[in-house]
Design a binder for this molecule. Structure first.
Ligand code: DGY
Length: 319
């Protein structure tokens, strides 16, 4: 009998067709919002393979109901939405989508940095409100990147791609990472430093750590308060890596210059205090949101499912 694959959302590209052509029975959840936990359990309980979104929480309660499941392919590089240890215990392979989204996420990060340093969102709003009455020497003065120190927190693939791109703006790179990054060190002449040193010395801080038990609130009041008053921080990784409440306090009191958010601590709920601030740029978690990348992510997820259900090694396993 054909093995069943459940996809928790319509995905870019034609992966449902691809999986059908490989002999699987495919069903796709077509709701406009992320599938609820109950619906996920109901729809996925018989499936051998499941493709999930980062907005689908796959905890013990869900995993216990997936009696046929052999593989969960998360449509994301991050997989903090899945209890991977418990999945492993139950013999379920979990995979993610590394690599294919690094360029898109790096491009978005650079956009976020520039939006903050050059005050693009404020300036655009000003235009739409009909406030532009002519060129003035001090209209929307921003911060230049040239000569500034950029601190990359988490120098994996995405952090490295951000470093490569930001270096082209004539910046100096410092980075915080568990291991040495030879691309940043050799090609970009960057230096590995402690997190405190980075927080204290960087003019731009760009966060790229995955969310794990070790990185939860790794950026917190004790190191956020080291930031320069002129510095900005951007986060396109996971909200929970930063103690958001304290960051908001600093922004409110103008103890730092600004911040760019693509991710939030209680996503999709957003701290209402953030919405009141002028010195922030707020995006709805669109780091990897390009047509090209999302199609590649979908295909990688589908190929992971296919591999496992055909008894082969997964391409990009995480557990
Ligand atoms: C991921 O893949 O983890 C990203 O956050 C999605 O953009």
């Amino acid at each position: 009998m054909a093995k069943k694959v459940f996809i928790t959302s319509k995905l870019p590209g034609k992966i449902d067709r691809y999986l059908r052509s490989r002999g699987f029975t495919v069903s796709v959840y077509t709701g406009k919002e992320p599938v609820s936990k109950n619906e996920l359990i109901k729809k996925a309980s018989k499936a051998e393979g499941i493709i999930t979104l980062l907005s689908n929480k796959v905890d013990r309660e869900v995993l216990d109901e997936l009696s046929n499941c052999k593989v969960i392919a998360n449509f994301a590089v991050g997989y903090n939405n899945i209890d991977i240890q418990y999945a492993k215990k139950k013999g379920i392979v979990v995979t993610n989508t590394p690599g294919v989204l690094s360029d898109a996420t790096a491009e978005l990060t650079i956009s976020l940095i520039l939006a903050c340093t050059r005050r693009l969102i404020e300036a655009e709003k000003f235009m739409r409100e009909g406030k532009f009455k002519g060129w003035m020497p001090d209209l929307f003065l921003g911060t230049e990147l040239k000569g500034k120190t950029v601190g990359i927190v988490g120098a994996g693939e995405i952090g490295t791609e951000v470093a490569r791109r930001i270096k082209a703006f004539k910046t100096k790179i410092i980075y915080f990472n568990r291991s040495k990054n030879s691309i940043i060190e050799n090609e970009l002449k960057g230096k590995k430093v402690s997190l405190d040193f980075l927080m204290k010395n960087a003019d731009i801080i760009s966060v790229h750590l995955p969310l794990t038990e070790d990185t939860y609130h790794i950026i917190n009041r004790s190191n956020l308060k080291l930031m320069k008053k002129s510095a900005i921080i951007v986060n396109a990784a996971r909200g929970e890596v930063i103690e958001e409440k304290y960051l908001i306090e600093l922004l409110k009191k103008k103890k730092i210059k600004g911040a760019g958010f693509d991710v939030y601590e209680n996503e999709p709920d957003i701290n209402p205090e953030l919405l009141k601030l002028q010195n922030v740029v707020l995006l709805p978690h669109i780091g990897s949101a390009t047509t090209e990348t999302r199609e590649e992510m979908a295909m990688l997820a589908a190929r992971n499912v296919e591999a496992v259900l055909k008894g082969k090694k997964p391409i990009t396993p995480v557990n």
